[in-house]
Design a protein around this ligand. Structure first.
Ligand code: ADP
Ligand code: MG
Length: 232
């Protein structure tokens, strides 16, 4: 797939950001693992979609008007059957926060293997160009602002140092009875996003902001389950 085409298509439709499906396609083009997905326009499409996907699945609203899907009631995880996925779509379509929005469709995707949620991001600095960021998910990023940044392109050593700098780094090693998660898998994603031939370098002129939130990291692998790219 031509990675530039994904961005050109979004622009052609007047979009200021890539939709989640396109964002994931872009990531996949750089070798970042993403869930298998299908897009449906309503509950009627679920049966066909589930022929290509393994349950349990997640259903998510796709709307250019909705930034935080869960806040709007637009994410339902762990749906075991077509009936559950259809019910989730019908409930979303009827919910007040979603009713007034432009709806592109519903994303149905496979569940990622369980793991620690972390955040990988990118932004463009007027002086330094693209920067890449990593942090632990949830409260670590939102409340504690425990994140580390580097100017792109980063080396493997830079990526390792970024992880070492996090105050929450022991969590990745399996603090408090949790399993350790794969540091190598995180470093790998950081290089694919912020390395020499990475996504942020290659699209420095077009991508203003990138947000993989979360990347779910297991003992052996990492998968990007949400992706947002702001163009401009
Ligand atoms: P938003 O950030 O817009 O609210 P997300 O796509 O990040 O929506 O989904 C919200 C949460 O649902 C994620 O942080 C994650 O915990 C869970 N989730 C979403 N997609 C998946 C998936 N494919 N596999 C497992 N968990 C998921
Ligand atoms: Mg998210």
């Amino acid at each position: 797939m031509d990675m530039n085409q994904i961005i050109i298509d979004a622009r052609k439709h007047g979009r200021a950001a890539l939709d989640e499906q396109s964002g994931k396609a872009l990531l996949a083009g750089y070798g970042v693992a993403v869930p298998r997905t299908a897009v449906v326009s309503g509950a009627a499409g679920v049966d066909a979609a589930l022929k290509q996907l393994k349950t349990p699945v997640v259903v998510k609203i796709m709307s250019p008007d909705i930034l935080h899907k869960s806040d709007a009631g637009g994410v339902k995880v762990n749906l075991a059957s077509a009936a559950e996925a259809m019910a989730a779509i019908d409930a979303m379509a009827a919910s007040p926060k979603i009713k007034g929005a432009r709806i592109d469709g519903y994303l149905i995707e496979e569940m990622a293997p369980a793991g620690q949620e972390i955040v990988v991001g990118g932004l463009r600095d007027a002086q330094f160009g693209p920067l890449v960021m990593v942090g632990l998910g949830g409260i670590f990023v939102e409340v504690l602002a425990d994140v580390s940044f580097r100017i792109c392109p980063i080396s493997r050593l830079d990526a390792q140092e970024m992880l070492d700098e996090l105050k929450g780094a022991p969590i990745l090693k399996g603090a408090r009875g949790r399993k350790a998660v794969s540091r190598d898998a995180i470093v790998d994603v950081l290089l694919k996003v912020g390395g020499e031939n990475g996504l942020l370098m290659r699209h420095a002129a077009e991508i203003r902001e990138a947000d993989i939130n979360p990347l779910i990291v297991s003992e052996t692998a990492a998968m990007a389950v949400d992706a947002r790219f702001i163009l401009g």
